[in-house]
Design a protein around this ligand. Structure first.
Ligand SMILES: NC(=O)c1ccc[n+]([C@@H]2O[C@H](COP(=O)([O-])OP(=O)(O)OC[C@H]3O[C@@H](n4cnc5c(N)ncnc54)[C@H](OP(=O)(O)O)[C@@H]3O)[C@@H](O)[C@H]2O)c1
Length: 352
């Protein structure tokens, strides 16, 4: 099989580096183009990158010369790890010609842009047909959710399907890698908890994105789910792994045993199960009272499995649980790669 050439936009940042790491030896994709900002354009990637992951950049990318992010390359797929403003400007240029899988928030809630988690809402890729018709694009633009939202929406999905959800209260404990590199100052985060991220914007994302992800595709748009969400976020001194504490009000009463079984038995649709980056278990349930924990559980399923624990009744709502996901893998780079694999499998990108 000839591999599909792809570009990584914003390849020098925290998420771009994760994309490169996860694509090493990928069975379908090969990295052909890396882009950056004026700071890095024109220099070999291996010389300029300040690699923040374990080990070194893979040898196959070290010699690639960093390209401008606003010059569209001849590739089948572009994974975007650009900051929001750059994404807003450059992603549509690429999407006119190629399939863009974006991590950025710029277009997540745009009506004709799918906000995808392949295990949860793969049918939302059909929006691409509407997008191409409306915008005259040959390519496409799809997004993955905010890094906390991915774990939350995945954990809610089995309950949405089985008993409906009326309201969710969420508190998060978010890792410092979620702020990119260099991120939060060590003077601010060591021995500390910061009760705000991005001036309330993070809470807005957690309160809105799940309603689109768990909504229903139809008539060139997603009918948003009507659940009410209330979010409070904190940044904590953990390197990787976002924890979310959920209290859920269901529409129909279910027992804790049923909730436990629904989450433990959740599986991806068949099309998604065979994708190279899809984990065997999208959701793993812990029964030990002190799990999940970021350090012990973030790498489950190569960082793509979301861990759920402490499923128990709630004296105010119906069900409580703790949800943990790896923010730069499942919540960012791995999520974008899985979206790219879904586009290939669903016939929305270059042939394999
Ligand atoms: N970190 C996470 O856990 C996480 C999770 C989900 C989503 N996201 C989203 O993913 C995106 C990347 O996040 P990150 O944490 O990787 O950020 P980051 O570490 O700050 O990296 C940003 C990247 O974008 C490039 N860039 C910056 N300004 C640019 C410009 N004006 N034009 C072109 N390229 C530019 C940088 O290139 P140079 O190095 O050349 O300056 C770098 O490669 C953001 O939209 C973020 O919100 C992050």
């Amino acid at each position: 099989m000839k591999k599909i050439p792809i570009a990584i936009l914003g390849a020098t940042g925290a998420v771009g580096q994760r994309m490169i790491q996860l694509l090493h030896n990928h069975p379908w994709f090969e990295i052909a183009v890396l882009t950056g900002s004026d700071r890095t354009i024109g220099r070999p990637y291996g010389e300029l990158v300040r690699w923040v992951l374990d080990g070194n950049p893979p040898p196959e990318v070290a010699h690639l010369i960093v390209q401008p992010s606003n010059v569209v390359a001849d590739v089948a797929i572009a994974l975007s790890a650009l900051p929001t403003d750059a994404a807003r400007e450059y992603e549509p240029l690429w999407a006119a010609q190629t399939a863009v899988c974006s991590n950025a928030s710029a277009y997540r809630m745009t009506t004709d842009v799918p906000l995808l988690i392949p295990e949860v809402n793969p049918e939302h890729v059909n929006l691409i047909d509407d997008q191409r018709r409306l915008r005259g694009w040959r390519g496409a633009l799809v997004t993955n959710p905010n890094c906390s939202v991915i774990g939350i929406a995945m954990a809610l999905k089995p309950l949405v399907d089985a008993c409906g959800i009326d309201a969710v209260q969420v508190a998060t404990l978010q890792a410092i890698s979620g702020a990119g590199y260099p991120g939060v100052s060590s003077m601010d985060i060591i021995d500390n908890v910061i009760p705000n991220i991005a001036n309330g914007v993070e809470e807005d994302k957690i309160e809105t994105e799940p309603t689109k992800i768990l909504g229903v595709y139809g008539s060139a748009a997603i009918a948003l789910h009507t659940m009410k969400m209330s979010a409070q976020v904190t940044r904590v001194p953990v390197i990787d792994g976002h924890t979310a504490l959920l209290s859920i009000k269901t529409n129909k009463k279910i027992s804790i045993e049923e909730a436990h079984a629904l989450i433990a038995n959740f599986r991806a649709p068949e099309l998604v199960r065979g994708l190279p980056t899809a984990p065997t278990l999208p959701l793993a349930v812990h029964t030990h009272a002190e799990r999940p924990q970021p350090r012990r559980d973030r790498d489950a399923g190569n960082g793509m499995t979301v861990s759920v624990g402490r499923i128990r009744s709630c004296p105010i709502n119906d069900v409580r649980m703790v949800v943990l996901s790896h923010n730069t893998i499942r919540g960012a780079a791995g999520g974008a790669i899985l979206n790219a694999e879904l586009l290939v499998a669903a016939g929305y990108s270059g042939s394999r």
